[in-house]
Design a binder for this molecule. Structure first.
Ligand SMILES: Cc1cc2nc3c(=O)[nH]c(=O)nc-3n(C[C@H](O)[C@H](O)[C@H](O)COP(=O)(O)O)c2cc1C
Length: 218
């Protein structure tokens, strides 16, 4: 079986979203030793920002008349969608940036959606597949907090992964990752430690359930 893992953090070291995804991945490897893991790190190996517009325009142009940019963009979109289609399960690690998703993440989603589907493909892209979204935020956005409602990433990602692409989605979240980094948040040290521990527990549980369900074909 194949696991597809996407990382959207703009850093490779010290990443809280990677920490959660690493735990989920370890559970996957324990249940699927030796199986294939395909990776894409869009926060570091960045997709070209111009590709989406070229891919959309290419859809209106007969193949022989496409510009080299349009042909390349459509090929990239097909590659990205193909990585999802050929996976048996999907793991995404996506931080909150500027109250939303990064342009890297949005470009990836837009390109996957722009990819031509095989004629007759009536099923959503991830129908029948399990997905785990590991998402982290530097601040806190829970009910009653001053920034309640300011996280414009998580609901959007749920909408795309579960509702548009049809995956059976589990979300593992961690907040206050900037406690210990931003001194203005020092008052929340204890709470942040609890949130961190709870997120790692949730990652283990989600990883186990996700890996076993994929094994059972559920
Ligand atoms: C450019 C930038 C913008 C950010 N914007 C937000 C934000 O709007 N809200 C928030 O809670 N945290 C924000 N953060 C903090 C990140 O969500 C936090 O550091 C998170 O842990 C990053 O993910 P990573 O640890 O996987 O790299 C931002 C961080 C950076 C670098």
């Amino acid at each position: 079986m194949t696991l597809f893992r996407l990382d959207a953090s703009i850093r490779a070291e010290g990443s809280a979203s990677r920490e959660i995804a690493d735990i989920v991945e370890a559970e996957w490897v324990a249940a699927h030793p030796g199986d294939r893991i395909e990776r894409r790190h869009i926060g570091v190996d960045v997709l070209p920002a111009s590709a989406w517009a070229h891919a959309v325009a290419a859809g209106q142009v007969p193949p022989p008349d496409r510009s080299p940019e349009q042909a390349a963009a459509l090929a990239l979109a097909a590659t990205l969608a193909g990585e999802l289609l050929s996976a048996d399960a999907v793991l995404l690690a996506v931080p909150l940036y500027n109250f939303g998703v990064s342009q890297h993440m949005k470009t990836w989603i837009d390109l996957v959606i722009a990819a031509p589907r095989a004629s007759g493909a009536s099923q959503p892209l991830l129908a029948g597949k399990r997905a785990v979204l590991a998402t982290v935020r530097g601040g806190a956005y829970g009910a009653g907090t001053p920034r309640e409602g300011w996280d414009h990433s998580t609901a959007y990602l749920r909408r795309i992964i579960a509702d548009v692409w049809g995956a059976d989605l589990t979300v593992v979240e961690r907040e206050f990752t900037l406690v210990g980094v931003n001194p203005a948040l020092d008052a929340f040290t204890g709470l942040a430690a609890e949130m961190h521990a709870a997120a790692l527990d949730a990652a283990r549980e989600a990883g186990r359930a996700f890996s076993l369900a994929s094994l059972a074909g559920a």
